[in-house]
Write a protein that binds this ligand. Structure first.
Ligand code: GDP
Ligand code: IMO
Ligand code: MG
Length: 428
């Protein structure tokens, strides 16, 4: 029987999902993205025949570097075709063609250039990735979105694009920031050209039927890769400072169309917290320690190049996300980045108006008033980069991991000790 695993961000994204997806892909038959868009930026660093390759994935599943595996971009993923062309070319060239198979569900909706304009015009206060994600999801909910299957009928597609461009132009006129109008014919030519290029390296299929057969008939092992993190979920996150898609494990079925029994729901937790974009951040450090974490952890956005805000690890999003995702185990990433900090703080609860709480208040104005309740743990000085055995970690690093494990009451099975594929401790 195949084993199905989902990898889920537990914080505000960028926890290191790409690395563990790439690592776990070794034992999977296929890897699936099924929500989010190219707002995601997932990194994997691998060494092949002595040469180190730094890979960035936005739309393509992070298992693509594994030759012989299939990688499905399922119905729920929002696809920017022009971006996909550039992304695939970069990875393909970097790996000299040693990549897996790429598949795209014909139900997937696409991001059109005017979505990017609309994002810039209206969403600056959120600090979005400006990838058109919000407006593209609005069009999907509004039932006017263009789907991959529409490209097989260019006449009808052109008509739809003209209508949608006029609709977008109208919204741009009343947008908060000025953004130029779009020419419908140019938009059509651009997306059609990108679609033709995508067909050169991606098989367009009925992803639901494909996946159902792999899982239910062939008993294959499938890895489900979420993007973003629990705190950015469109309903349960720190609304409205969130993304426009769902970022929770149960989206596996909604975004692929196939009922999936998940054997493992692996929550990815950075050993500290980062947030890119705007919004309240309870454990944020604006002092030298925050700057040090930012520098040592190279906390710069994979997608936008923005500096990520840094702070202490906050366990409240993990307690809260565990109610939704029921994590079977955790991957604690970037433990190596904390080396050299004399005293490390862990936020174990919030204080709100004199009461101690252990959940994310649904109202943003309450959330903005919570104060972190910290415990303090002694740090370590010995470099732990690349350590692969838990017993070889300094005592205080072991204590830090064990303390978090005890507080969240979820096994920490994987521990990241560096950015490269094999910089990982596995505990059984
Ligand atoms: P994702 O969006 O969750 O896939 O995470 P990103 O790729 O955006 O950001 C994680 C960053 O941390 C990337 O630059 C990774 O190469 C790096 N990284 C992942 N795990 C580790 C780790 O254990 N140690 C260190 N030092 N870097 C890591
Ligand atoms: P990965 O998959 C970190 C954030 C943006 C912004 C908010 C809304 O790499 O973890 P959007 O463009 O989605 O409308 O922006 O969400 N955001 C992310 N932050 N990692 C991501 O993805 C993110 N995807 C979106 O910075 O605050
Ligand atoms: Mg990222």
């Amino acid at each position: 029987m195949g084993k199905n695993k989902a990898v889920i961000g537990t914080q505000w994204g960028d926890e290191g999902k790409g690395k563990i997806i790439d690592w776990l892909s070794e034992d999977a038959d296929g890897i699936v993205r099924f929500q989010g868009a190219n707002n995601a930026g997932h990194s994997a660093i691998i060494t092949l025949e002595g040469i180190t390759h730094s890979l960035k994935y936005n739309l393509i599943p992070s298992g693509y570097a594994h030759h012989g595996k299939w990688n499905l971009m399922a119905a729920g993923e929002m696809i920017d075709l022009a971006h996909l062309v550039k992304e695939q070319k970069l990875v393909f060239n970097e790996l000299e063609g040693r990549v897996g198979e790429l598949l795209l569900d014909l139900r997937a909706c696409v991001t059109i250039p005017y979505h990017i304009g609309l994002d810039k015009a209206n969403n600056a206060h959120i600090g979005t990735t400006n990838r058109g994600v919000g407006p593209a999801h609005e069009d999907r909910a509004g039932r006017r979105a263009i789907r991959i299957l529409d490209f097989e009928n260019p006449e009808t597609l052109k008509q739809k694009i003209i209508e949608n461009t006029l609709h977008a132009n109208h919204l741009l006129l009343i947008g908060k920031n000025h953004v130029e109008q779009y020419d419908p014919n140019k938009v059509f030519d651009e997306v059609m050209e990108a679609y033709q290029k995508v067909k050169g390296f991606t098989k367009i299929i009925d992803g639901k039927r494909f996946l159902a057969e792999r899982v239910n008939v062939d008993n294959q092992t499938v890895l489900f890769e979420l993007s973003q993190g629990y705190m950015l979920d469109n309903i349960l996150g720190t609304f409205p400072m969130v993304t426009s898609s769902r970022t929770i494990a149960s989206e596996v079925t909604a975004g692929t169309g196939v009922y999936i029994e998940l054997d493992n729901r692996i929550g990815v937790v950075k050993a500290y917290t980062t947030r890119v974009g705007n919004g309240h951040f309870t454990t944020e450090l604006t002092d030298d320690i925050g700057r040090r974490i930012q520098e040592v952890g190279k906390e710069v956005g994979t997608t936008t190049g923005r500096t990520r805000r840094c702070g202490w690890v906050d366990l409240v999003p993990i307690y809260d996300g565990d109610i939704t995702n029921k994590y079977t185990e955790l991957n604690l990433t970037k433990l190596d980045v904390l080396t050299g900090i004399p005293t490390i703080k862990v936020c174990t609860a919030y204080e709100l108006d004199g009461s101690k709480i252990e959940f994310i208040p649904p109202n943003l104005s309450d959330y903005e008033r919570v104060k972190p309740v910290y415990i303090e743990l002694p740090g370590w000085t010995q470099d732990i980069t690349g350590v692969r055995d838990f017993d070889k970690l300094p005592q205080n690093a072991q204590r830090y991991v064990d303390k978090i494990e005890n507080l969240v009451n979820i096994p920490i099975r994987y521990i990241g000790t560096g950015p490269e594929r094999n910089d990982m401790i596995i505990r059984n």
